[in-house]
Design a protein around this ligand. Structure first.
Ligand code: GDD
Ligand code: MN
Length: 372
């Protein structure tokens, strides 16, 4: 039988062999039910399925539980270095033997019974199939509080520049091994390995199969505040990867906006403390130059942050002054040339030109990439 071509046999569609990768940390209580439900899938669909449990050396006797299962299609990999959910998943994807790869959680929030639908979607031409909470027919457990819901929605919205999928944050997904091996420099960080794969494997056709996301019955969730910060760092990395030049302009503008806020706050504080107006204005400018410099060095031009600070700072101040001069010259020139023009329009043209010059000077002179 050719296993690449799905055949119909007594009404049951044959599925290509599957590797199911499950990252675990302290999930011993959930593993037996997970294995039993996957076993049912193996029997019902007569499919060759291996389970890879990628465990970060859990102290809860995961080893004992897995060995007592005594199933030859279940492999436990105990990891002691480079721990973390995404790292465990990537190692599992690399160790998998079968042409179809499925990643899911151990806590049974992801129903294994949906795997056949996901694989049929792969076979009908999708490259990446998500077990999705947010498509018609999908649902999360009623126990979800408002804050958890809001949190999940905001995180999903932030992923929009990288994927138009409704639930790109899901940890339940399927893809072909042939697509996975095309992955470019995987840099897993935190929880969102699915998003990382969509971007780094360049997967265009992303499909979603609705699931009912059940709350875990046993054990504890490991998603904490630290993971949410890591998610923001992960998004920034993906932004740089996908939109490198544009992402710098965007970060530069964001830093500029933060500088305006800093400037006004310092100005207000100084005048409250009784400083004369002009001194307060100068203080606001000085402090915001320093914070803008620090943030641009740390974020926008982070590739240059191991070069020496002082020359960079002087260059930054020079570029800012040059930007201000260009800003003034453009606004002034426009008003001279067309005296009937709105002052605000002229000022905006000045600001845009000043910022453009400022950015170019910083990007290509002050924080230039050193060849190594
Ligand atoms: N190896 C390893 N190392 N596994 C881990 C680690 C780790 O550091 N941290 C968590 N896991 C495993 C858990 O044991 C579980 O099997 C799975 O990763 C998901 O962890 P949970 O703690 O259950 O996560 P969750 O329910 O809060 O998050 C779920 O929803 C997210 C979307 O809202 C997961 O499905 C995530 O994958 C998903 O992104
Ligand atoms: Mn969970």
């Amino acid at each position: 039988m050719n296993q690449q071509d799905p055949l119909r046999l007594a009404g049951v569609r044959l599925l290509a062999p599957i590797s199911v990768i499950v990252p675990t940390y302290n999930e011993a209580e959930n593993i037996p039910e997970l294995a039993q439900r996957l076993q049912a899938l193996r029997n019902d669909h007569d499919v060759d399925l291996e389970l890879l449990i990628m465990d970060d050396d859990s102290p809860d006797d995961t080893r004992g539980v897995v060995s007592r299962l005594d199933l030859d299609w279940v492999r436990l990999v105990v990891r002691t270095s480079d721990r973390g959910l995404s790292q465990a998943v990537v190692e599992g994807l690399n160790a998998a033997r079968h042409p179809v790869l499925v990643v899911m959680d151990a806590d049974l929030s992801h129903p294994p019974e949906k795997i056949p639908d996901m694989i049929l979607a792969l076979e009908s031409g999708q490259q990446f199939v998500i077990g999705s909470r947010y498509v018609a027919g999908g649902r999360t457990d009623g126990e979800w509080g408002f804050m958890r819901w809001l949190n999940s929605r905001i995180a999903t919205l932030l992923a929009r520049p990288f994927s138009s999928a409704r639930d790109p944050m899901s940890g339940f997904f399927a893809l072909r091994r042939s697509d996975f091996i095309r992955a470019d420099r995987l840099n897993p960080l935190g929880y969102k390995i699915g998003l990382e794969l969509i971007v780094k494997c360049g997967l265009e056709n992303v499909g979603e199969v609705p699931i009912y996301f059940a709350d875990r019955k046993r054990g504890k969730s490991k998603l904490d505040f630290r993971q949410q910060l890591l998610y923001l760092m992960h998004l920034r990395r993906l932004l740089i990867y996908q939109y490198s030049a544009l992402s710098q302009v965007f970060q530069f503008a964001l830093v500029g906006a933060s500088g305006a806020v800093v400037n006004l706050v310092v100005l207000t504080l100084l005048s409250r403390l009784g400083a004369p107006v002009r001194l307060a204005i100068l203080g606001g400018i000085a402090v915001s130059i320093v914070t803008n410099f620090a943030l641009n060095r740390r974020l926008t031009f982070s590739y240059a942050r191991d070069q020496s600070v002082l020359p960079q700072f002087m260059g930054f101040v020079l570029a800012s002054s040059l930007g201000a001069a260009v800003n003034f010259a453009v606004a002034d020139g426009l008003l001279r040339f067309r005296p009937d023009m709105s002052v605000h329009l002229a000022a905006m043209a000045g600001i845009a030109s000043g910022m453009f010059l400022n950015f170019v000077a910083n990007r290509y002179a002050v924080f230039r990439k050193k060849r190594s």
